[in-house]
Design a protein around this ligand. Structure first.
Ligand SMILES: [Zn+2]
Length: 146
């Protein structure tokens, strides 16, 4: 029935799928970059509401800052070319918060508008990894760890 279909569509929650190994690489990068923020691009495929991460592409934070991050244009270009070569997309952006919670800052929210993919944030402070996306408002995404 139509009702059932529309209900099931509403219940489909956006999720980011990644492995324990991806998380280990990201957390190691975050710890090694501390006290500065670390950043990375996540390559993979998007299917319906699932962002399936297949590869982590570590990048350098050219801001060398504990509260901001910038990936250089050169490295962004290299990342997008690398993803394309492997027939993947940049499905998510990762960065860390060395000294605050795993929640988007005001600056993050601004850049989330420009980059409408899931944003993964790791807090070195609480050791939590969380995913968000801007969809009218900030929504929390489920992490599906395999
Ligand atoms: Zn941030």
């Amino acid at each position: 029935m139509d009702d059932w279909k529309s209900n099931s569509r509403i219940n489909l929650q956006k999720q980011v799928k990644l492995t324990q190994e991806h998380i280990r690489i990201l957390i190691k990068h975050a710890k090694e970059s501390s006290p500065h923020e670390s950043c990375a691009l996540l390559f993979g495929n998007i299917e319906d509401d699932c962002f399936d991460v297949k590869q982590v592409f570590l990048t350098r934070n050219i801001d060398d800052s504990p509260v901001n991050f910038t990936i250089s244009n050169e490295e962004l270009l290299k990342g997008y070319q690398e993803a394309e070569k492997r027939k993947m997309d940049v499905v998510a952006i990762f960065h860390s918060h060395p000294d605050s919670d795993a929640h988007p800052s005001i600056t993050d929210k601004k850049y989330m508008q420009i980059n409408p993919v899931p944003w993964l944030i790791f807090s070195n402070k609480s050791e939590e990894l969380k995913a968000y996306m801007l969809d009218d408002k900030i929504i929390s995404l489920t992490l599906n760890i395999t």
